[in-house]
Each structure stands twice: as structure tokens, then as C-alpha cells.
Design a protein around this ligand. Structure first.
Ligand code: GDP
Length: 449
């Protein structure tokens, strides 16, 4: 049972209109009351907001609004007090300092969410969803994260575990009270089909998980091609606003765009665009090794060619280097010459200048990464890398159990594999989680979350 009271600044550090200092624990209302000049917080109803001042040793520190949440219907299930103060770094820190002096302890990163988990308010997947919501970069990824917070992933895993538990229970019962004289027959006729069924459910989840990962993390994308072929113009067309500077003089493009483009829900994370879109020739300027590194790192290559220029040796080299990657060859400036100069597989003709072919290009990218329509209300897109790893572990153990059955190994050997799958699935929701796993997980949170 956790008893101490923790406090931390929950809003981002930096100047803003308002900062929030949060406390959780059994003394939080008492501590807040000691430094609050206003209503007696110890007698107010839960989920109410109170106006007043933080006063410490007769000094008025700030004018604040305090919200009181009483256990158990709170985020952590403990008493929670949130102080909305003015958004200066100094004043928020000052209030935190006062709370610490009055008996609260400084919360570790993620400790509020950790308490919510340890107190049984949320499972591990929901705790992680809090982080996913904070990090969401698109409507689709936010919607997935919200599914996680609603406990949809939890339900999914619990259902798989129930299936598995039924299989294990079957074995246990038959080891203790053999209905079948022949254990081999038992495993082949009864257990194996159940395992195979469960296996295919997990495989299906993993297949969709690649979509989930794309939705959540986006696609690392490199836009490459010779100077002046229209890379910046393409970027502008994709961004639908003029952020990159495009000039007529060869080699005067300057990269000022970094980061993400959202194309209808999928985030393209542009990698090292500065390096790639330098005014000099890619290979000449940054060297073949660097070019290779960028290409290796990219999950998608957008290779831009000018329809009106012949291929150079470097173009050929880059084509060769990228041939096994997910690649779209973009033949640009097709407005200038109606005759298509280049033909390639997986290519598209566009005019970045006139913004023609851009919707088709977006469609191609989407199809490449999310074959079929993604339905954001489907709760089965698992996107968290840790969950995917654990599902793979469970899958491997289940496959091992099928091999064990095929090799006619003793049924308790089969059971060992099934139990390994059980705990791998359990780790997803934090059921058999070790302290280490928890430490690692919650340390990823920011302070005050
Ligand atoms: P980058 O060096 O590859 O980034 O090329 P830019 O985007 O800076 O484009 C170089 C020049 O080509 C600029 O003058 C653009 O206006 C022009 N350009 C880019 N795309 C097109 C296109 O589709 N059609 C035509 N006619 N000109 C284009």
C-alpha cells in the first residue's frame, strides 16, 4: 500500500498562461490546505474548484484555482489536488517547493500514472496509452491511443489469455484425471487445434500491428534526387503550403523544412532532408557511404527525377542503391514535356509546380503502407513496440508447443511452452510484470505525468 504524498509540476516547463502543480496521496488535501488562503479544502466536496491564494510564511505567492479530487474516483485512486497557478517557471517551482516543505515528496517521472497502475485503476496498456496520447501526431494515432486508454488492448489480450488458460486448464485436468488413456491422442485431437486457432489470432493481430506502427510512429521518408529536379517543390505540394524555398537558379534550394508531413493520416517523417536536399549533388556532396546510411534508414524513398533530363551516372547509382527499398519514382515536371521520358516500375508522373498527380502519389504511399482501408474504430491495431515484441514472443512459444506436440513430447513439455506464452501475454498488460519492466516503462514518462 502506497502512503506517501507526491507532488510535481504537471504542465510543460516553460512560460505559459497557466501551470499545474499536482499532488497525489493521502495528505495532499491537508498539505494544500496549509498553504491555501481560501475555503477550507478539507471540508469541500470532491471534484470541486476553489479560488484563493497560495500564502507561505505570510508571503502571498500566487493567485490560484485549486481542484480537489477525493479518493477513490481519481486518476490515481488517491486524493488528488491540482493547483492551477500562473504559468511562470519560477512561480510553479516555488509552489512545488512549498508543497515539498510541507510534507509532499517530489514525484518521479511517470509516478502519477504508475500509481494509477499499481492501485489497479488502469492496466499497463492503458498506462502506455497515456504516453501515446501525449505523443500523438495525427488524428488517427490519437484515436488509436484513445482506444488503448479505454482498455481495448487490455480486453484483447485478456481474451487471448482466456483462450490460452482454457488450453492449459485442459492439460492440467487431463494430467491429474486422465480421461484419455492415450495422452498423444489428447494433445493431437483436442489441444492442437485450439493452439493453432490461437496462433492464427495472434498472427492476425501482428499483421495489423504493422499498420498500427505506421499510424503511430509514421514512416521514415527520404526525398532524394539531383539538384533542381523539384524535391522542394514536391515537398511544398505535399505540405500544401510554401515552407521550403524554391528558386529558379540551380542549387539555391535551402532546406528549411524538417519533421513531419501528415498525408491523410499517415505521418511521413522526413529524414536528414538537409543532407539529401543540399544544393550539391547527393553522392558527390555527402559521399556514397552517407547516402547509403540515409537510404538504409529510410522506410520509404521518394526518388525524384526530372522528366526532361536524361539519367546521369549518379541517378543510376541511386536507383541501384534503392532498388530493394520501398520506393516510389516520381517523374516530375511532366507539364513541360507531354512525352514521358522515363518509365519505371512503381513510378508516378507529377507536376510539383502545378500540383498535379499529388493526390495519386499520396494514394500510392497509403496503399504501400496500409494496404486496404484502415478503420480507426477498429481496436485491434496494436501499435506499441513493446506489445508487438511480447506478442511475437507468445507466438514463438505457441509454435514451439505445436512442434512439441508433433514430436510427441510429453504433454508437460507442451505445457511449459504454453505457460511461457501466457506470461509473455501477461507482460503486455502488466500481470506478471517484474519491477524492472515497470521501472523501464514508467521512466519514459515525463515528470508530473
Ligand atoms: P530541388 O533542387 O530538387 O529541391 O528543386 P526545386 O524544387 O527547388 O525546383 C527547381 C526548379 O524547378 C524551380 O524553378 C521550380 O519552380 C521548378 N519546378 C519544380 N517542379 C516543377 C514542375 O513540376 N514543373 C515545372 N515546369 N517546373 C518545376
Amino acid at each position: 500500500m502506497i502512503t506517501d504524498t507526491i507532488a510535481q509540476i504537471s504542465s510543460a516547463l516553460g512560460q505559459g498562461a497557466i501551470s499545474i502543480v499536482r499532488m497525489s496521496g493521502e495528505d495532499s488535501i491537508k498539505i494544500a490546505n496549509k498553504v491555501f488562503d481560501g475555503t477550507n479544502l478539507e471540508t469541500v466536496p470532491s471534484h470541486t474548484v476553489h479560488y484563493g491564494h497560495i500564502v507561505y510564511k505570510d508571503n502571498n505567492i500566487d493567485e490560484v484555482l485549486i481542484t480537489v479530487f477525493k479518493a477513490p474516483k481519481t486518476f490515481t485512486t488517491e486524493d488528488i489536488v491540482e493547483i492551477n497557478c500562473h504559468g511562470g517557471v519560477f512561480v510553479a517551482n516555488k509552489i512545488l517547493e512549498i508543497l515539498l516543505l510541507e510534507g509532499a515528496r517530489s514525484a518521479n517521472p511517470g509516478e502519477f500514472t504508475e500509481r494509477a497502475f499499481l492501485n489497479g485503476r488502469i492496466d499497463l496498456t492503458q498506462a502506455e496509452a497515456v504516453m501515446d496520447i501525449i505523443e500523438a501526431k495525427s488524428d488517427l494515432s490519437l484515436s488509436l491511443a484513445n482506444k488503448g486508454l479505454d482498455g481495448e488492448i487490455y480486453k484483447l489480450i485478456v481474451n487471448l489469455r482466456t483462450d490460452l488458460l482454457n488450453i492449459i486448464a485442459h492439460i492440467e485436468v487431463n494430467i491429474d484425471y486422465p480421461e484419455y488413456d492415450d495422452v498423444v491422442q489428447l494433445s493431437n485431437n483436442v489441444i492442437k487445434p485450439k493452439i493453432v486457432n490461437l496462433l492464427s489470432k495472434i498472427e492476425n493481430l501482428l499483421e495489423k500491428a504493422s499498420y498500427g506502427k505506421v499510424i503511430k510512429d509514421g514512416v521514415k521518408t527520404a526525398i532524394i534526387g539531383k539538384p533542381n529536379v523539384g524535391k522542394s517543390s514536391l515537398l511544398n505540394a505535399l505540405l500544401r503550403e510554401d515552407k521550403a524555398i524554391v528558386t529558379e537558379i540551380q542549387g539555391t534550394t535551402r532546406d528549411i523544412v524538417e519533421g513531419n508531413i501528415n498525408i491523410g493520416g499517415i505521418i511521413l517523417n522526413l529524414i536528414d532532408t538537409a543532407g539529401i536536399r543540399e544544393s550539391e549533388d547527393l553522392i558527390e556532396k555527402i559521399g556514397i557511404d552517407k547516402a547509403k546510411t540515409i537510404i538504409n534508414e529510410a522506410e520509404l524513398i521518394l526518388f525524384v527525377l526530372d522528366n526532361n533530363q536524361i539519367l546521369t551516372e549518379d541517378d543510376e547509382k541511386l536507383l541501384e542503391l534503392t532498388k530493394y527499398k520501398k520506393r516510389i519514382i516520381i517523374i516530375n515536371k511532366t507539364d513541360l514535356n507531354k512525352e514521358l521520358y522515363h518509365t519505371f516500375e512503381n513510378s508516378i508522373s507529377v507536376s510539383a509546380l502545378h500540383k498535379t498527380g499529388i493526390n495519386e502519389l499520396e494514394g500510392m504511399i497509403k496503399k504501400m503502407f496500409l494496404s486496404g482501408e484502415v478503420n480507426p474504430t477498429d481496436q485491434t491495431y496494436i501499435s506499441n513496440a513493446r506489445h508487438i515484441a511480447k506478442l511475437n514472443e507468445a507466438l514463438k512459444s505457441l509454435k514451439d508447443s505445436v512442434i512439441a506436440i508433433k514430436d510427441a513430447l510429453p504433454i508437460d513439455m507442451v505445457e511449459i511452452d504454453l505457460k511461457a506464452a501466457w506470461s509473455a501475454l501477461g507482460e503486455i498488460i502488466g500481470d506478471t510484470s517484474t519491477t524492472n519492466l515497470l521501472d523501464e516503462l514508467f521512466s519514459k514518462f515525463c515528470l508530473g505525468k
